[in-house]
Design a protein around this ligand. Sequence first.
Ligand SMILES: CC(C)(C)c1cccc(C(=O)NCC2(NC(=O)c3cccc4nocc34)CCCCC2)c1
Length: 247
Amino acid sequence: MMPMRFDVITLFPELVKAVVSSGVTGRAAERGIISLKQWNPRDYALDVHRTVDDRPYGGGPGMVMKGDCLLQAIRDARRENPGKVVYLSPQGIPLNQALVTELAAAENVILLCGRYEGIDERVIALEVDLECSIGDYVLSGGELGAMVLIDAVTRLLPGALGHHESAAQDSFFDGLLDCSHYTRPEELEGLAIPAVLKSGNHADIAKWRKKQALGKTWRRRPELLQARQLTDSERVLLNEYINEFES
Ligand SMILES: CC(C)(C)c1cccc(C(=O)NCC2(NC(=O)c3cccc4nocc34)CCCCC2)c1
């Protein structure tokens, strides 16, 4: 199995490298499930000051990343990794599990990270296949977006998760928020755990967990429920939860 290759165009290669230094993504890199290569536009800046940014046409505050260095870095990366070029950007489409699943099916992907006020628009016109955003807040660069994407995609690749983890992952996948979790000690600072979890009755426990997940999603992220058809038994559980919640 060939590793999925991520090529990241970034002024901060060390920041992005951290994503493969530990945890599931670190293990996936060790196992050859993913490979990561960073390309620094500054290596293409030939002037003595190695300039990668310049003042914006039309004036205004801040600087813009110069297109020439970015284009050369992207083209060198493409030569080694003929993958889709994804620009992590606040103007992008929201990164969600559906898009992550789509990206995990791709052989390779090139991730472009902006800094300063952004990148020269002509780079997007010439080389970017997809713009995606990890959320609506102001960031200092696209690198954290790249790392989020690498983490989410890697978890879907065969062999990345142990069987315990992949089973847990599947429970995440059913499109609902997660139920509450508890572990030892049984009493923690005077707080007990829900009795059903000590009952040993696996049917009751599964029902309780599903009801918790449905109820929590209904309370906190009702729009996720819209996106997901409920089975008849799930609808019954949710109605039970709502009746209890509102009683
Ligand atoms: C959304 C909001 C608040 C309306 C907004 C509107 C306008 C600008 C920004 C902003 O943050 N500009 C800075 C910038 N951000 C990002 O790269 C970025 C931000 C958010 C999610 C992302 N996912 O990937 C990359 C992302 C980093 C420096 C280079 C220019 C882009 C934000």
